[in-house]
Structure formats: C-alpha cells, structure tokens
Design a protein around this ligand. Structure first.
Ligand code: GDP
Ligand code: MG
Length: 439
C-alpha cells in the first residue's frame, strides 16, 4: 500500500498550484492503492469522495505545497477512518471485568487470550482467570492450558462437559470466589459463520454479561474480514476488534475497512505468535505508517519496552572505560533482536520506509546468528579480551562455530572498529570519527 500511495503523492510534490486535474490523477492512484490493499470497495469510494472534496474545497491552505496539503488530508482522513485514537478495554464497575473472545477458527482467539492475559499482568499487575469455552476439539483445551501454565494463570475447564454456557457460568463463579480481576473466555470458531455457533455465542453472552466482546480477525484475510466482522457484529454486538497476524500482512486493507464497516474500534493488533506480540492499536500511527512517514512513536515505544535503560547505562559506562567486550556485544545483539525483525524496525524509521534507494536494504538476521555462533565459540578469556585472538585461536573459533575464517576475521575487525568508535563517541571526541571506515 505505502509504496503506491507514496508514488501518487510524490507526483504532486513540487508543483506550484494544485489543479483539479492533479487531484483527479492523485485520487485515481489512491483509489488503486487502496483497492490493491484489499480495502473494501465502498469504503474506498467514500474515502476518495472525502479527499476530493477536501482538497478542492476551501480548506486548501496557501502556506503548504499542494503535495503537502494532499498528504495532510489523506493522513487525517485515514486516521479518522480507523478511529482517531486508541481505545481501551471496558472496565466493569466491580471485579471481574469479563472479556469474551469471538471469531472464526484459526484467527488467533486462543493465542490472543494468552497475549491479553500477559499484557494485563504486565501493565496492571492483574490476576486474570481463563475459561476454556472451545469444547469441540480436545486440542483447543490443551492449548489454552499450556498457555495458562506458561503464564501461571488458572484455566477453568470441565472435562467431558459440552454445555458451554454452563461451563462459562461455573467458571465465572470460580473466578468470583477467588477475586480474580479479569476473566477471559475463549470460545470455539468455525471456518465460516454458522447458525449453531452464533446461537452458542449468544447464549454465552447471555450468561456472562461480558464487558467486552472482542472479535478476533485475521488481517491476512483482507477484504473478506469485513464481511465476517459484520456477521459477528450483527449477532453479538461486539465491543471491539483485535486484528491478528498484522506481521504477515503487508497490505493493511483490513485495518482500514473494519472500523468503517462495523463502526467498532480496533483495540489491539497481533504482531506474531509469541505471547508478548500484542500491541495497542494507534490509528494515527497506522495512518502515518501507511503513508510511509515512518512510525517513530511505535518504534520508540517498542525500544523502551524491550530495552532496559539501566542496562544501556551500564554498557555506555563500559564503552567510556573501554572495557566493552564480546559478552557485552552479545547482550547488545540480543537486545536488538528482542525488538523484532530488524527490517521491520527499519520500516518504522522515516526516510527508510519508502526511500527507493534503500529498497533492497535489509539487515541480515542470519548474519547476527553467525556473529553469535562466533562469540559462543570463544573461551571466556577471549570474550573479555579481543587482543588474545591470534590466528590459531581464530582458526579454532572458525572450526567450532562452523563459520568461514574470513567471516570470523571480518567480525573481529568490525567489533574492534565499533569499539573504537563507541569509545570516541562516549568520550565526546567526534573529530576522529570522520577517519573511520563508513563515516
Ligand atoms: P483460534 O482457532 O482462533 O483459537 O486460533 P489460534 O489462537 O489457535 O491461532 C491459530 C494460529 O495462528 C496459531 O498457529 C497461532 O500461533 C497463529 N497466530 C495467532 N496470532 C498470530 C499473530 O498475531 N501473528 C502470527 N504470525 N501468528 C498468529
Ligand atoms: Mg482456539
């Protein structure tokens, strides 16, 4: 999506005055870009109408270039379309707050139950309680139990019982007895919406009185997701949406359409299979990202979450004292890796996102794996003192790590260069930096 849209908008940049013809041309590209991103047809139509009206109308400011003006309008309208601001969970006036998860099979309900529990524990110190309401496949119950074990969170099940509303009722009573502050109910899904499932979900809703009914939607299903969302919403009046597998969706069409079609906010997005891969959905940031302006805010938040500031200070101190060694180096690599795939992170940085010159730029995760293998093949003394690494030791490391000797040599050289550079930066001596390779 972003590339196409960017191109359309770039064509407008630099022109003196925006003409109707320009707007028509840009609109055409924006329309194609959105349709290509699998955004719902009607949503696209309305969107283009709004953009045209605004761009041609009185709101065009003389202080901006036509291109800037259109970007601003598209950004604002995209944001509006996705719901303006992040929406929190509904809270019950008395504990527990009840969350019911619904959605088609395989969209990520069970995984998201775990992710949400994990998030609530981390951010609110909550004590969630999970109810296994998908009784049709034994594996589904085991899956939730495993997640519960991993998080050390209770999972309520009734082996052999097929009456889901009863299980939910009993589970809720149990949670109330133990004063759990959140109850999250996992439910069954089907490959498509069918009557028995909807009926069961309605019954569960009737006994549980959930504060939140969260529809889990797989972002990769694109356009089809809107129809499903509407189907669930018509029957259950969902309170919000969780968009999963956004890590595998380059198009983003579902995010654009769902809010427009159902009027229901997207609360969270799933960004991977791990229990930590759940992010708050920020419509404004998503719009900026789609427009290729970079998602600095998300990047900063991610970095802060995963990177311990104290750890960073310790490393900086080591750099100042010039005692930074391979052990620290590995720690650093691991911190960087924790932030997620590096090319994903690069995409969030303005200037990198849609810069055609950097189109093929990506950081090689395999390279990092090699680097780690090399360091792991060093002795503790070698890790602390790179000067010990004579040719025979390097050969031994190459053999041990399975990495060619040239690569071992290059990695050590790069480490030394980086160390030298970092020690200069932290000492405030920037003058010599220009002489370093790559600067
Ligand atoms: P359910 O049938 O709706 O309960 O779906 P599950 O929770 O069992 O998930 C189905 C599959 O999708 C599993 O393999 C999950 O690991 C995977 N999955 C769930 N959420 C995400 C996500 O955000 N990103 C990715 N890449 N995979 C996910
Ligand atoms: Mg499931």
């Amino acid at each position: 999506l972003s590339e196409r849209l960017q191109k359309a908008l770039r064509n407008l940049t630099g022109k003196g005055k925006i003409s109707e013809e320009d707007i028509n041309a840009a609109s055409r590209e924006i329309r194609l870009a959105l349709l290509e991103a699998d955004v719902n047809f009607k949503v696209v139509k309305d969107f283009i109408k709004t953009i045209k009206k605004r761009a041609l109308g009185a709101e065009v400011q003389e202080s901006l270039t036509p291109g800037q003006q259109v970007i601003k309008i598209v950004d604002e309208e995209l944001t509006k379309m996705m719901g303006e601001t992040a929406v929190p969970l509904n809270k019950a006036p008395h504990v527990p707050t009840i969350i019911m998860m619904v959605g088609l099979q395989g969209t990520g309900k069970t995984t998201t139950v775990g992710k949400l529990a994990n998030r609530l524990m981390k951010t609110e110190n909550a004590r969630p309680f999970l109810i296994a309401g998908d009784v049709y496949r034994p594996a589904a119950i085991d899956q939730l139990k495993q997640i519960g074990d991993q998080l050390k969170v209770p999972v309520y099940t009734e082996p052999g019982e097929k009456n889901v509303p009863k299980i939910v009722e009993d589970g809720l009573a149990e949670a109330k007895k133990h004063h759990n502050d959140y109850v999250i109910i996992d439910t069954a899904g089907r490959l498509e919406i069918d009557e028995p499932l909807m009926k069961e979900l309605e019954e569960v809703k009737a006994v549980a009185h959930p504060d939140n009914i969260l529809l889990v939607v797989d972002a990769m299903t694109g356009q089809a997701a809107t129809g499903v969302a509407k189907g669930f919403d018509d029957r259950l009046d969902v309170t919000g949406v969780i968009l999963t597998k956004l890590d595998g969706d380059t198009r983003g069409g579902a995010a654009l359409s769902i809010r427009a079609v159902t009027g229901k906010p997207i609360l969270f997005t799933g960004q991977g299979e791990k229990l930590t891969d759940l992010d708050v959905f920020h419509p404004d940031r998503m719009a900026s990202r789609i427009l290729g302006m970079g998602d600095m805010l998300s990047l900063i938040e991610k970095a802060q979450q995963d990177y311990d500031a104290k750890e960073a200070e310790k490393v900086a101190e080591k750099m100042r004292a010039n005692t930074f060694d391979f052990n620290d180096f590995i720690d650093q690599l691991e911190q960087v890796q924790k932030m997620g795939p590096l090319d994903e992170i690069m995409k969030m940085i303005p200037g990198f996102a849609n810069n055609p010159q950097l189109k093929n730029f990506s950081i090689d995760e395999k390279q990092i794996a090699h680097t780690k293998a090399i360091v792991y093949s060093m002795t503790p003394e070698e890790r602390e003192n790179e000067n010990l690494l004579n040719p025979s030791r390097r050969r031994r490391i190459a053999a041990g790590s399975g990495v060619p000797i040239v690569e071992v040599n290059r990695m050590i050289k790069e480490f030394k260069t980086a160390k030298e550079m970092m020690s200069k930066v932290t000492k405030g001596n920037f003058k010599d930096l220009q002489n370093l390779p790559g600067m």
